[in-house]
Write a protein that binds this ligand. Structure first.
Ligand SMILES: [Zn+2]
Length: 295
């Protein structure tokens, strides 16, 4: 799988970097008829998805959105590729000023701490405050998550997000998009008249546009997650804004198009290509380009 893709958003470049691969069982997607969607399945009968992180250098600030799974193999997923992917685009961990975590699931925070120390040695870490109670304070749960977040807390690195429309850096705003987790945030990149949305896990896969009733087993509040997705789709349809999410196949960027009673995702940039700068297409019933293969 390609480990990065990139798009231009006005005067900014937004780079998607892949930390590894999740291999999910079919029952992870609750309510999806796989008989009608064999294209979702890899040879092993599982759904293979990347572990996306996003790099934005804006106004002298380097921001990383999501921090992958880390250098581990947990059976259903393995990470480890983020440092090399960062290096390949000319950034080192110590260059990162801010890490924004869309939420506190382990595949979004894994690299925050390595060998007991903050891996991004100069970074402030932003995350939705509402996730702390469930993923750090509550008994049980993922012990690595607790360790990572408590290490950062002790190191004074955390700056939680509350509310909506929070400015993170020039051209980067956090939007509260609850449901997948209660403290889930999406990110809006804007420059000039261009916009791109990084939806974290608020949207698990582009097919949820056309078949809005299935959901990921990891959604903490599936009903709220569905309402959030619907609101996002309505806002995005025909807007010309680019959209991506942490686990979209090939970490592709695309647009939400409509027409003829159908709403769908049109992949506009294949992995490894930087989008040529130009006016955004919007609306209509443009035929989508072939989606890049997952693997
Ligand atoms: Zn995830």
């Amino acid at each position: 799988m390609p480990d990065r893709s990139a798009v231009r958003v006005g005067g900014l470049e937004l780079i998607a970097l892949n930390d590894g691969l999740c291999k999910l069982p079919q029952d992870f997607y609750v309510g999806l008829d796989f008989a009608a969607h064999q294209e979702m399945l890899a040879d092993d009968g599982r759904v293979h998805i990347p572990i996306g992180c996003f790099l934005l250098r804006t106004g002298g600030t380097t921001v990383l959105v999501d921090a992958g799974l880390g250098d581990v193999d947990v059976g259903w997923a393995r990470g480890g590729d983020l440092p090399a992917a960062l290096r390949a685009v000319g950034s080192k961990p110590e260059d990162v000023d801010i890490v924004v975590c869309s939420h506190l699931h382990i595949d979004h925070i894994g690299w925050l701490v390595s060998d007991g120390r903050p891996f991004f040695s100069n970074a402030t870490v932003r995350y939705g405050r509402a996730d702390w109670a469930q993923f750090v304070d509550a008994p049980g749960g993922e012990s690595r998550t607790k360790e990572i977040m408590e290490t950062l807390s002790s190191a004074g690195r955390l700056e939680p997000l509350d509310g909506d429309d929070i400015s993170i850096a020039p051209g980067l705003t956090a939007r509260h998009t609850p449901g997948h987790t209660l403290g889930h945030y999406g990110l809006v990149v804007s420059s000039g008249t261009d916009r791109a949305l990084i939806l974290g896990d608020a949207v698990e896969c582009p097919l949820q546009l056309e078949e809005p009733d299935f959901y990921a087993m990891s959604d903490v509040d599936p009903d709220l997650a569905a309402r959030t997705r619907e609101a996002l789709w309505r806002e995005l349809e025909g807007s010309g804004a680019l959209v991506t999410a942490a686990h979209f196949p090939g970490l592709q960027f695309g647009r939400v198009l409509g027409g003829k009673g159908r709403r769908y995702f049109s992949a506009s940039v294949a992995p490894w290509q930087t989008q040529p700068q130009g006016p955004a297409t919007s609306g209509g019933d443009a035929s989508s380009e072939p989606a890049p293969a997952i693997e």
